[in-house]
Design a protein around this ligand. Structure first.
Ligand code: ATP
Ligand code: LTN
Length: 334
C-alpha cells in the first residue's frame, strides 16, 4: 500500500518488437487496472542484458516500449512508467536479496533451464539470479499485486518466499505480493505453429503480428496463418489454428466464442481470416497513430521519463533505506 492505494507492479522486457500476444495478454489489461491500483510499470532493461543485446537496439526498443505504454492509454501522471536502470535501488536491493536466496531455490526455476538451453554459449550469473532482481522490482514498491502470465508464476512464488524469509528475521519490512489473476486472457499462439505461443523472439516474422505492422502486412499474415482441415469455424481442440484465430477475434471484438461460431456458420476460413485481420487492424491502427503522435514531441516524452524516474526512486528509496538499516549497514551521513 502507498497511502490509501493498493500498489500494482509489472514490467516488460524490450527484447524484441512487441506482438499482439503481448498486447492482448498484458498491456491491454494493464490499462484497465489503472483505475483500481497505483501502478508501477517498468521497462526492465536490467533484466534484458541477461541475454546479449545490441546497445543501440536495446536503447531504441526500450524507448519505444515506454512510449507504447503511454500510447496504450496508461496515464504517466497517475501511474509510474519508468526504466528499471534509472532507479539504482533495483540493483542494490537485488544484491541484498541475493544473500537471502538459496542456490537450490534458483536451481529449480524452469525459465532459467529454458533460457540456459537456448543460450548455451552465455549462461551467465545474471541469468541465474534473474528471479532475485524480479523480487527486488516487486518488493521495492511494497506491491500488493502483480499481473503476470503463467510463465512468471514461479518467479512470483520465489519472491513471496524471499520476502517472507526476510520478514521472519527482521519484522514486517515487505508487503507479500499476490499474483493478479484477471479474467482469463487467452494465450495467443503463433500463426505458423499453434502449438507454440506467439512470442517476440520468434525468428519467423510471419508467426507473429507486431504492434507496428501496417494493415497490409497484418492482412497478409492472417491470410497465411496455419489453419486446419475441417473447413468450418468451430472452437475445438482438433482445430488449434482456428481456436487461436477465434481467441484473437474474440479479444479484439469482445464477441463470445458462440457468437463468433454463429456469425461464421456455413462460411469458409477465407472470410473468417479476413474478419480477424480487420478486427486486429481496427485495434492496432489507433494505437499506432497515438504512438506516432507521441514521437513527434520528444521533449514531452523526455519530461515524462525524468519525472516518472524521480517518482519511482522516491518510493524505492523508502524501502531500500529501511532494508539497509535492518541488515546493519552504517547510518548514512549524506
Ligand atoms: P520473449 O520472446 O522475449 O520471451 P515474449 O513475447 O514471450 O518474449 P515476455 O516478455 O515474456 O513476452 O512477456 C511480456 C508479457 O506479455 C507477459 O505479461 C506475458 O505473460 C505476456 N505475453 C507474452 N506472450 C504472450 C502471448 N502469446 N499471449 C498472451 N500473453 C503473452
Ligand atoms: N520477467 C518478466 C518481466 C519482469 C516482471 C518483473 C514482471 C521483470 N520484473 C516484475 C512482473 C513483475 C517477463 O519476462 N515477463
Amino acid at each position: 500500500m502507498i497511502g490509501e492505494n493498493k500498489v500494482l507492479f509489472s514490467g516488460m522486457q524490450a527484447t524484441g518488437n512487441l506482438t499482439l500476444g503481448n498486447y492482448l495478454g498484458a498491456l491491454k489489461n494493464w490499462v484497465s487496472l489503472c483505475d483500481e491500483y497505483l501502478c508501477f510499470y517498468s521497462v526492465v532493461d536490467l533484466h534484458s542484458i541477461t541475454i546479449r543485446q545490441d546497445p543501440a537496439e536495446l536503447r531504441r526498443r526500450a524507448r519505444n516500449l515506454l512510449t507504447l505504454y503511454i500510447a496504450a492509454g496508461i496515464d504517466p501522471e497517475k501511474n509510474c512508467l519508468y526504466y528499471q536502470s534509472h532507479v539504482s535501488a533495483h540493483a542494490e536491493l537485488a544484491w541484498i536479496l541475493n544473500c537471502f536466496t538459496y542456490m537450490g531455490e534458483l536451481n529449480r526455476m524452469t525459465q532459467f533451464k529454458d533460457k540456459a538451453a537456448k543460450h548455451a554459449d552465455n549462461i551467465n550469473a545474471g541469468l541465474f539470479t534473474y528471479p532475485v532482481l524480479m523480487a527486488a522490482d516487486i518488493l521495492l514498491y511494497q506491491s500488493d499485486v502483480v499481473p503476470v502470465g503463467n510463465d512468471q508464476l514461479q518467479h512470483l512464488e520465489i519472491t513471496r518466499d524471499i520476502a517472507q524469509r526476510f520478514n521472519a528475521i527482521y519484522g514486517d519490512v515487505f508487503t507479500i505480493p499476490e499474483p493478479y489473476i484477471g479474467k482469463a486472457g487467452a494465450r495467443i499462439r503463433s500463426l505458423q505453429d499453434p502449438s507454440k505461443k506467439m512470442s517476440k523472439s520468434d525468428e519467423n516474422p510471419n508467426a507473429s503480428i507486431y504492434l507496428m505492422d501496417d494493415p497490409d502486412t497484418i492482412m497478409r499474415k492472417f491470410k497465411r496463418a496455419v489453419t486446419d482441415s475441417e473447413g468450418c469455424v468451430r472452437y475445438c481442440k482438433e482445430q488449434p489454428g482456428i481456436m487461436n484465430l477465434i481467441d484473437i477475434y474474440s479479444a479484439c471484438t469482445d464477441k463470445s466464442v458462440s457468437e463468433i461460431e454463429k456469425e461464421f456458420d456455413g462460411r469458409g476460413y477465407g472470410d473468417f481470416k479476413t474478419a480477424v485481420g480487420e478486427s486486429v487492424v481496427a485495434i492496432l491502427k489507433p494505437l499506432q497513430d497515438r504512438f506516432d503522435d507521441l514521437n513527434k514531441n520528444k521533449d514531452h516524452i523526455d519530461k515524462i521519463i525524468k519525472e516518472n524516474a524521480e517518482k519511482a526512486e522516491y518510493y524505492a528509496l523508502k524501502t531500500l533505506r529501511k532494508v539497509q538499516k535492518k541488515v546493519g549497514f552504517p547510518e548514512r551521513v549524506r
